[in-house]
Ligand binder design. Structure first.
Ligand code: UGA
Length: 445
């Protein structure tokens, strides 16, 4: 089957590459000429493990190509996926549908035979009908259907999530569109991954509900973590004890410095706005947004306490600035709240991140970038682990502690523990939702 993918951002590129790996003939279209040129040369504009090799394999096999020319791409296509950005609209928190609607207009102008127009971008309930109306108005003679096919892939694990999904969600209005979607996902049907076929509105809602629920789960455990610190409980034990209950599940119960990324902040905000628009307020989601913001600020206060109330004149090493490991994405990363607070408080911040430096340099001014964690930590008064990259999970803690001016470790991803930190020679160790360890006050940084 010939598939056109409009938009070569995260979702579009991963989906396009994976569909071609299913054996479909995929053309990815984008308006950004330099991006298309890079993709044609086999370079991928994002960091996603395994994507470059899979792209090369399918280009080589002649199943995957890239173009600026939508009209040409559409010749013979049975499905057109819209996978353009739906960022938060400035000022009001709504999802900005400008790019989705522009894509619909273009499809109306260029498509000829029967096609299914599939929205993969995360869009508010009702958008697929708006897409259909836009196309109908612009080209009343076009024979087409719309379908909603939200994506659930996680950055850093995108290919595996696409190839081995917990489920595929497809919203359609009739059998004909349903058949095209079944043909597209046939390789997954055959391997018995669950496919939820439903109406358009439910498919659109599933995506927001899933992301908001996961954001809620994380925020809940982060709030419990704060209470654990006060009561003497250990949040990791609490997560384990909760997660073994099959009704709760153990995933997304890792306490940390607050969720970030391109999806949870944007989608919780959009869902809250949808609730307000329909006079059906999403009070839990609204609270989650507020609590998550407060959690990031709570981290700043924890760090300040560890530094005896002031960052001024302290050298602070930051390990990890991306919103999670295995990505170069810094959108809404906790580092964007925490690092400026340290810099603003007079700290000399040295950061290290395996993939985040390029974005970090643009987003975090007055930070010195280091290529190596040990160099960043040398003579520092505090090391802060903000992102749990694998290379930060097995550090030589003794070496770090002995090279620091004041050996303090803030492990905001709970990858070490107080006993190990003390044994390694640290004078102070804090984490999230667990008891700190701190030597006598006179040795504080
Ligand atoms: C998220 C969803 O997990 C995907 O299913 C969805 O497709 C995607 O959004 C999207 O809408 O496109 P992603 O943003 O890539 O994926 O990242 P996650 O792995 O979900 O992590 C989000 C944030 O939550 C990160 O900042 C991470 O550090 C944090 N997190 C996650 C925790 O603090 N604790 C956890 O237990 C899990």
């Amino acid at each position: 089957m010939r598939i056109v993918m409009i938009g070569t951002g995260y979702v579009g590129l991963v989906s396009g590459v994976c569909f071609s790996d299913f054996g479909h003939d995929v053309v990815c279209v984008d308006k950004d000429a330099s991006k298309i040129e890079r993709l044609e040369n086999g370079e991928i504009p994002i960091y996603e493990p395994g994507l470059e090799a899979l792209l090369a394999k399918n280009v080589e096999a002649g199943r995957l190509s890239f173009t600026l020319d939508l009209e040409q791409a559409l010749v013979g296509a049975e499905a057109i996926f819209i996978a353009v950005g739906t960022p938060t609209r400035r000022g009001d928190g709504h999802a900005d549908l400008t790019y989705v609607m522009a894509a619909a207009e273009e499809i109306a102008k260029t498509a000829t035979g029967y096609v299914v127009v599939v929205t993969k971008s995360t869009v508010p309930v009702g958008t697929n009908r708006k897409v259909a109306d836009t196309i109908k108005t612009a080209n009343p003679n076009l024979d087409f259907d719309v379908a909603s096919n939200p994506e659930f892939l996680r950055e850093g694990a995108a290919i595996d999530d696409f190839m081995r999904p917990d489920r595929v969600v497809v919203g359609v209005e009739n059998e004909r569109a349903g058949q095209v979607m079944s043909d597209i996902y046939r390789p997954l049907f055959l391997r018995e991954f669950p496919i939820v076929t439903t109406d358009l509105e439910s498919a659109e809602m599933i995506k927001y509900a899933a992301n908001a629920f996961l954001a809620t789960k994380i925020t809940f455990i982060n709030e419990i973590a704060a209470l654990c610190e006060k009561t003497g409980a250990d949040v990791r034990e609490v997560s384990k004890g909760m997660g073994l209950d099959g009704r709760i599940g153990n995933k997304f119960l890792h306490a940390g410095p607050g969720y970030g990324g391109s999806c949870f902040p944007k989608d919780t905000s959009a869902l809250a706005r949808i609730g307000q628009d329909y006079a059906s307020p999403m009070m839990i989601t609204e609270a989650v947004i507020r609590v998550n913001d407060a959690i990031k600020l709570r981290m700043v206060e924890k760090l300040r306490d560890l530094c005896d109330g002031s960052f001024n004149g302290k050298k602070i090493a930051i390990f990890g600035v991306t919103f999670k490991p295995n990505t170069d994405d810094m959108r809404d990363a906790p580092s964007l709240t925490i690092v400026p607070a340290l810099v603003g408080g007079g700290a000399d911040v040295h950061a290290v991140d395996p993939q985040g430096r390029r974005e970090g340099e643009a987003l975090l001014p007055h930070v010195t970038w280091q290529a190596d964690a040990y160099v960043a930590a040398k003579d520092a008064d505090l090391v802060v682990i903000l992102t749990e990259w694998n290379e930060f999970r097995a550090l030589d803690l003794s070496r770090i502690a002995s090279d620091m001016a004041t050996a303090r470790l803030a492990d905001l991803r709970n990858i070490y523990n107080a006993v190990d930190a003390e044994a390694a020679g640290f004078d102070g160790y804090i984490s999230v939702g667990r008891q700190p360890f701190q030597k006598t006050p006179e040795t504080k940084c």
